[in-house]
Design a protein around this ligand. Sequence first.
Ligand SMILES: O=C(COP(=O)(O)O)[C@H](O)[C@H](O)COP(=O)(O)O
Ligand SMILES: [Mg+2]
Length: 486
Amino acid sequence: MPENVQERTRIKSERYESGVIPYAKMGYWDADYSVKDTDILALFRITPQPGVDPVEAAAAVAGESSTATWTVVWTDLLTACDVYRAKAYRVDPVPGTTDQFFAYIAYECDLFEEGSLPNLTASIIGNVFGFKAVKALRLEDMRIPYAYLKTFQGPATGVIVERERLDKFGRPLLGATVKPKLGLSGKNYGRVVFEGLSGGLDFLKDDENINSQAFMRWRERFLYCMEGVNRSAAATGEVKGSYLNVTAGTMEEMYVRAEYAKEIGSVIIMIDLVIGYTAIQSMSIWARANDMILHLHRAGNSTYARQKNHGINFRVICKWMRMAGVDHIHAGTVVGKLEGDPLMVKGFYNALLQSSLEINLPQGLFFDMDWASLRKVVPVASGGIHCGQMHQLLYYLGDDVVLQFGGGTIGHPDGIQAGATANRVALEVMVLARNEGRDYVNEEILRDGAKSCGPLKAALDLWKDITFDYTSTDTPDFVETATESK
Ligand SMILES: O=C(COP(=O)(O)O)[C@H](O)[C@H](O)COP(=O)(O)O
Ligand SMILES: [Mg+2]
């Protein structure tokens, strides 16, 4: 300290005492806070370290995800810090647990740059997940206010325009992932596309990890896929598509691949979640400008979305991706080979497809939220599903979904075209039975359909007993009541 300074001249107030004071005292906890319509709200599941007060843990999360650092800084006084400070305003114990709490936190809208998912997420999931004072932390849900949603484009195409372009209504769309996912040459790959589409599918698709490897460069794949698409469209009279994965190492290269996909007449391109939020937003803008449907594969999501006590619930990713502007997103199958509790999956589908959301705790929807006319994202059910489950798929997932059978098409004993036909016939008999008001979940609809369809009979004989009965890791915290199921 310079010699002539005899005493500290800092403001005399409890908040600005130097040193470490609790976050709650710093103003990041306000039990009386009245939430504004324009606030962004987040719900965190917090597992505090033993001995850490849940309210202080909630305040710490609010602080670290908005303006705070670990100690008081006098430069707060140069800002409207009372406004910019996030406020934890409610902490509830998680039912059925002794060490977990739901913390509700409100953020002033002006903390976030308009139309920027990276900016929003750099706050909400930026530092807090590594915080030593919390043993585990999970972002369970968010309410994005109307005002902030209006700064995002939203889905490039949306479910209604997609159906209009494809001229397919009143039933789920059908797709399949080309398998094996790596190693085929362009010509053989294109044959799989042709067979699947000719057999009755609406879409074939690239897998998440096929880009432009040595065994098949991307242009070879795109050209042969489009040959399959065009030939099958001509033969069947239907609009057909094959998701061309444009995922690449740079944005520039993705634009090159997307432009080429457009040039050769594809109706749809595909990206992987691992390309990052900025890239996804950019591709969505490109897709809207070029009348292209944009499919998103959620590759990588289970690294942070699967465990119940830490990471991000997938419903938040659904909301972010609707803002970022994709048209399709993989969102679970319930009955397939990958993670998915029925109620949780219903919550994801509702977040993607409803115009507004109401609180539905069994589905994990913690907030009312109006989607501000952002278009609807089509959920994609993919992963270990086959036509023997068609009644369950229709029951759990409804009409606005793409049902994608990879192994369940290409693994058919009589070939790919037979596999596709089995799926299409299974779907059509099931939709018809439902529309006629029959008890399609319990009646033997598929077996009856198989009497006049050899490929369906062969598929049912092969796969009828294949199920994936494992306990889900992401299960509801609240019990469903009669009024809440929708
Ligand atoms: O290749 C597949 C499915 O192949 P198959 O149909 O042969 O099992 C997809 O990458 C997964 O469905 C992704 O999972 P999710 O859709 O859950 O993200
Ligand atoms: Mg895959």
